[in-house]
Design a protein around this ligand. Structure first.
Ligand SMILES: O=P(O)(O)OC[C@H]1O[C@H](O)[C@H](O)[C@@H](O)[C@@H]1O
Length: 497
């Protein structure tokens, strides 16, 4: 059905960036957008009016209008699991019923935040947040990005099933004044349950009388938490329709709400809600998540780029690439369409990245002169924290903008070693300032861009069956069952596990 639109896109010339700028004096105004305190500049990508039109036609043919409507009204956008995707309801933008349920559950999170502030747990100095994948990456990003000036709580995140990770996470925390927050959508994830038990042992070994009384569980499956011995009054629930990697807006964000304060948490949701409304109601050619998705598809489909790189030119956003890796790769790392037919085109590229300026001195060589084309995305904030030296921040931003210009301009030289081809694409996202509202808008932008990519490719971004096989094999190895290959057997014997 989408073949005609793909043919239009495939036949449209992809012109050098320098020509695009030279021929279109108003290019910037068509490909830059301001929304929710965030400026998005997609003008240094190879999109032009014809390509945007072609992708808008593709979006139309792929049913973007219906898909958006379904997303925001509780339709089944996750057919393989027969579920809606209800993260938007956490921001007040889903079906009426889902919005009401989310609001009622949010009140319980708020009550916990109030109780902690009212010292219902006695004095609290630390939070140990235990979870993995979607149950940790979002909350960790929020606290790392916004928690620098927050309210004196030492928030630690424990995810890996590794004794060293446990030791590191509890080092210097006071077991008598630490709250344990265990987050697991299913409450069956082996790593999280092991780490929960390690944390309870840590409390017990340090003379805490009622270790379970210092624990709060967050899950979509309260029965499974009860089976683990957790009292139901200590469980915060969120909806089954909220995917793990889309869940930071729900009770999963409780550690962030505790450390940043309730007002900041609400501002985060409001920033996301503004992006929701933009994505839902704006036509494709002016829709920021869609424009970004159009560029993503241009690079994977036309220019065969196999990765995309995101560099945060802001130390506070250093966890953004990790968060995006799960959001994008787990959502769109698929090989079949929604109805199970094999796809005849590439889906998600590998998302990777780091922080600037560090990355300039490590990986940018390949970006400037390597043979692999990698679309780059820069994320920065116009303002730094008040406490910081403005000159440092100025240097950081200048470096960020210089990289984008250098990638595009290149430099000819008689010496091939010193020649830069240029014409390398980048996009830049500049926040007015990094606060809860702009971060909410930014993360919702990434969610909707991921969704738009999926709709245009005809895939389901909300399941993740690919991670199951490794878990099953780990269980079989653990139980000593199953027949394994000589390599795996030798590794087991050598490690004596
Ligand atoms: O929240 P949980 O049920 O513990 O799941 C934690 C994570 O593990 C799974 O394997 C999935 O790949 C992730 O999408 C999920 O976020």
């Amino acid at each position: 059905m989408t073949q005609a639109a793909w043919t239009t896109i495939d036949n449209h010339p992809v012109r050098p960036l320098s020509h695009l700028f030279a021929d279109q004096p108003d290019r910037l105004s068509h490909l830059s957008f301001e929304l929710g305190g965030v400026y998005f500049d997609w003008s240094k990508t190879h999109l032009d009016a014809g390509l945007v039109e072609g992708f808008a036609k593709l979006a139309n043919e792929a049913g973007i209008d219906e898909a958006r409507e379904q997303l925001f009204t509780g339709g089944i956008v996750n057919p393989s699991e027969g579920r809606p995707a209800e993260h938007v309801a956490e921001r007040g933008n889903g079906s009426a019923e889902a919005v009401d349920v989310a609001a009622a559950r949010r009140e319980r999170v708020r009550a916990l935040v109030d109780a902690v502030e009212g010292e219902a747990f006695g004095e609290l100095t630390g939070i140990l947040h235990i979870g993995i994948g979607g149950s940790v990456l979002g909350p960790a990003l929020l606290v790392d990005a916004l928690g620098r000036n927050a309210r004196g709580l030492d928030v630690r995140f424990l995810s890996n099933v590794d004794g060293q990770a446990v030791d590191d996470a509890v080092a210097d925390l006071d077991p008598h004044t630490t709250l344990i927050v265990v987050v697991s959508k299913t409450f069956t994830t082996a790593e999280t349950l092991s780490n929960m038990n390690a944390a309870l042992d840590w409390l017990r070994d340090n003379g805490v009388d009622d270790p379970e009384g210092r624990l709060v569980a967050v899950t979509a499956q309260p029965d499974n938490a009860v089976k683990q011995g957790i009292d139901e009054t200590r469980i915060l629930q969120f909806a089954e329709g909220v995917g793990g990697r889309y869940s930071l807006w729900s009770a999963v964000g409780v550690s962030a709400a505790l450390s940043l304060g309730w007002q900041a948490f609400e501002e985060l949701l409001e920033g996301a809600a503004e992006m929701d409304r933009h994505f839902r109601f704006t036509e494709p050619a002016k829709n920021v998540p869609m424009i970004a998705a159009f560029a993503d598809l241009l690079y994977t489909q036309r220019l065969k780029c196999q990765s995309r790189a995101v560099f945060a030119y802001d130390e506070r956003l250093r966890l953004l690439p990790d968060y995006l890796q799960q959001l994008e790769m787990e959502s769109n790392g698929k090989s079949v369409t929604r109805d199970g037919s094999p796809l005849d085109r590439p889906t998600a590229p590998v998302t990777w990245g780091g922080t600037g300026t560090d990355a300039q001195h490590a990986v940018f060589q390949l970006l400037h002169q390597g043979t692999t084309a990698v679309p780059v995305e820069f994320v920065a904030s116009r303002e730094s924290e008040d406490s910081q030296d403005p000159e440092h921040h100025r240097q950081l931003l200048l470096n960020c903008f210089a990289q984008g210009a250098a990638l595009m301009q290149g430099k000819q030289s008689d010496d091939p070693q010193r020649s830069y081809a240029g014409n390398r694409p980048s996009a830049t996202i500049l926040l007015d300032r990094l606060d809860a509202r702009t971060l909410g808008a930014l993360l919702a932008f990434y969610e909707h861009r991921t969704f738009a990519n999926a709709v245009l490719l005809g895939i389901n971004p909300f399941d993740q069956f690919g991670v199951e096989l490794g878990k099953q094999i780990a269980n079989s190895l653990n139980e000593g069952g199953g027949e394994f290959d000589p390599s795996t057997k030798a590794l087991m014997e050598r490690a004596e596990v």
